[in-house]
Write a protein that binds this ligand. Structure first.
Ligand code: FES
Length: 248
């Protein structure tokens, strides 16, 4: 329970569970080996009607046995406590159901005015990129946030639709299964996903040229501010990554 509470790794949780079952096993073996009486008793066939003194002996033996069991009550209570705690631990995974996604399925951290920040913390200026240069970018202050990761590309003059002075930015999460779309084939202006080779047309809204992805990479709206920095003008217009029911 403590490991789950502390969000320990799966390996540690598995190890703790194995130790728990091992403890139960040792307890059960110990109970059978050292606590239960080991004597073997042969009960002779009764003759009826039983003599009065024999009945008295049996009653005495029963009372004696009951007294022995009574002395081990604490062991029984410990067993109940162990199984009770084990049952309680089984309820803990319910905690893994929360918290609610709370809109994060539909939005990333991009917001109007965010500068585009590189992995090394520097900000992108429009003049930094030569034609066909590629840059992975994040919202200002959210470097490393996978869902917000975008790829910024400068297309040569006269190439591409919906560019901002030749710049286009698309979500880097593949719309097939979410791999980072990491390869850029400059000669053809194509982004390629290394996982299953989906190909996206950078010059035409990142439309899918080859599957298995079935819809384009969402385009990040950007502008070039007066200070020369490239800034977002809002979030992606649709959910990033693998398909939602809206796309079907
Ligand atoms: S995750 Fe990109 S093609 Fe499958």
């Amino acid at each position: 329970m403590y490991g789950f509470w502390q969000q320990a790794s799966t390996q540690w949780l598995g190890f703790a569970l194995a130790c728990t079952f091992a403890g139960f096993m040792v307890a059960a073996l110990g109970w059978a080996r050292w606590i239960l009486p080991q004597e073997q008793v042969t009960d002779l066939r009764d003759t009826y009607p039983q003599p009065v003194e024999e009945r008295a002996q049996q009653v005495e033996a029963f009372v004696h046995g009951s007294a022995q069991l009574t002395r081990k009550t604490w062991l029984t209570r410990m067993a109940y406590a162990a199984f009770g705690l084990f049952g309680l631990a089984a309820l803990f995974p319910l905690g893994a159901l929360g918290p609610e996604p709370d809109g994060t399925l539909f939005h990333t951290r991009w917001k109007r005015g965010d500068r585009l920040q590189r992995n090394d913390g520097t900000f992108v200026k429009a003049a930094d990129l030569n034609p066909d240069a590629v840059q992975t970018v994040f919202p200002e202050g959210s470097v490393g946030d996978y869902r917000s990761m975008a790829v910024l590309i400068r297309l040569p003059d006269g190439v591409g639709k919906n560019t901002t002075s030749g710049l286009v930015a698309y979500s880097k999460a593949c719309t097939h299964a979410g791999c980072p779309v990491a390869l850029y084939r400059a000669a053809a202006r194509q982004l390629i996903c290394p996982c299953h080779q989906s190909v996206f047309d950078v010059a035409d809204g990142a439309k899918v040229l080859e599957g298995p992805a079935d819809h384009p990479l969402p385009q990040l709206p950007i502008q070039i501010a007066s200070d020369g920095y490239v800034r977002a003008t809002g979030d992606f217009p649709e959910p990033i990554g693998p398909g939602f029911w809206e796309h079907s």
